[in-house]
Design a protein. Structure first.
Length: 375
């Protein structure tokens, strides 16, 4: 039977084509295919995985140009959105040892301190790569005399690569922690005393974290005739402005993943996959993220000849296009909070693309470890 309610959907594509389609075209095509059975499939219900792709309230798409498989692979994972919300809420209970409404809270007590830190915890072992890069560039003349121009430029490119990776990773973890709060706290407390007051406090936190400079404001989702053109123009303007105001991030050396965060307008908004099709082409064109690690690395800057030859061979094996692409995106329809604008809004958050945070899997891993500790 097809899903009837809201869905959390994950798609992962492993390419083997010499001319692969874009990440946003792939997701749109497969969301359409998952809606209706083929006429000769022998499936007699009207919906295949779901009845309408508007049911998808959280969408994750991961895109691999350098597939380890001999043939193309497509992985699909779907679950009721309520199951995702329940698991996020359970994480909050585990963290606070909030099991006083049943007889099993004593089981957790001896393990409680092991689970105080939530998923997406940020450790303190950052290398402060941007600080090192700025210091390196400030002493440019000294380094030029010591290294020579070619060695200086090679070192600078590698430092930019690592600095961008670290910055994007930290930004991504911060946004994930805020999303965890939104889904884990705002939705699970429905009907509790002082719920409205709590939501107003949560809104202050959300609006602080899901705002510049942490994310890019992209206007509101199209929901009336003519809105799409205005939205696309607003997206391009916002992306160009962000690029102009963040010279340490551009040109992008690191791989990139993004999260599209939509507060829907009152009465609904754009489907998540269609929203992605309006946003991502402009991201590719204006920010020009490298589509693969072999393209991100400055191969000529690698000192070891064997390592340099390895990456040169990896680069040669890639399809010629796309040269610029994100490696993954999340798209979430977020719950509306008190005093949200009637039109809603759309925000774009940045993350590191070579080892992106997998939002759902981080929650599963946390709960798996907790469950194991109870045995």
């Amino acid at each position: 039977m097809a899903y009837r309610g809201p869905i959390f959907l994950q798609l992962e594509f492993f390419n083997r084509s010499k001319t692969p389609p874009s990440i946003y075209s792939l997701s749109k095509n497969y969301l359409d295919l998952l809606e209706k059975p083929r006429s000769n499939s022998g499936i007699h219900r009207s919906g295949l995985l779901y009845r309408n792709d508007r049911q998808v309230k959280a969408l994750v798409v991961h895109y691999h140009l350098d597939s380890p498989f001999d043939t193309p692979q497509i992985w699909v994972k779907a679950e009721p959105f309520r199951d995702f919300v329940a698991d996020v809420g359970l994480v909050a209970r585990v963290r606070s040892n909030d099991f006083h409404d049943n007889d099993d809270d004593w089981i957790l007590t001896s393990h409680a301190n092991d689970f105080r830190e939530e998923p997406f915890h940020e450790d303190d072992n950052w290398n402060h790569e941007f600080e090192h890069l700025i210091e390196f560039e400030q002493r440019k003349e000294w380094w030029l005399q010591s290294l020579g121009r070619n060695a200086y430029e090679a070192q600078r490119k590698m430092m930019r690569f690592h600095a961008q990776q670290e910055h994007l990773r930290r930004t991504e973890l911060s946004v994930c922690r805020e999303l965890h709060m939104i889904f884990g706290e705002c939705l699970k407390r429905t009907g509790e005393p002082h719920y409205e007051r709590f939501l107003r406090i949560a809104k202050v936190s959300r609006d602080m974290m899901l705002a510049p400079p942490f994310v890019v404001n992209l206007h509101h989702a199209p929901h009336r005739e003519g809105d799409s053109l205005v939205f696309k123009q607003a997206v391009r303007s916002a992306l160009q402005s962000f690029k102009n105001n963040n010279p340490l991030l551009f040109p992008l050396s690191s791989l990139l993943n993004v999260s599209i965060l939509m507060i829907p307008p009152e009465g609904g908004g754009k489907d998540l996959d269609n929203l992605a099709r309006l946003v991502l082409p402009a991201v590719h064109e204006i920010w020009m993220p490298p589509s693969d690690l072999a393209r991100a690395l400055q191969i000529e800057a690698v000192g070891d000849a064997n390592v340099r030859d390895f990456w040169a061979a990896e680069l040669a094996a890639l399809p010629k296009e796309p040269k610029h692409s994100i490696t993954m995106y999340h798209a979430f329809a977020l719950p509306r909070l008190p005093d949200d604008p009637k039109e809603g809004f759309v925000r774009l958050a940045l993350g590191e693309g070579s080892n992106p945070v997998r939002f759902r899997e981080e929650i599963d891993n946390y709960l798996d470890k907790w469950n194991e500790s109870l045995r």
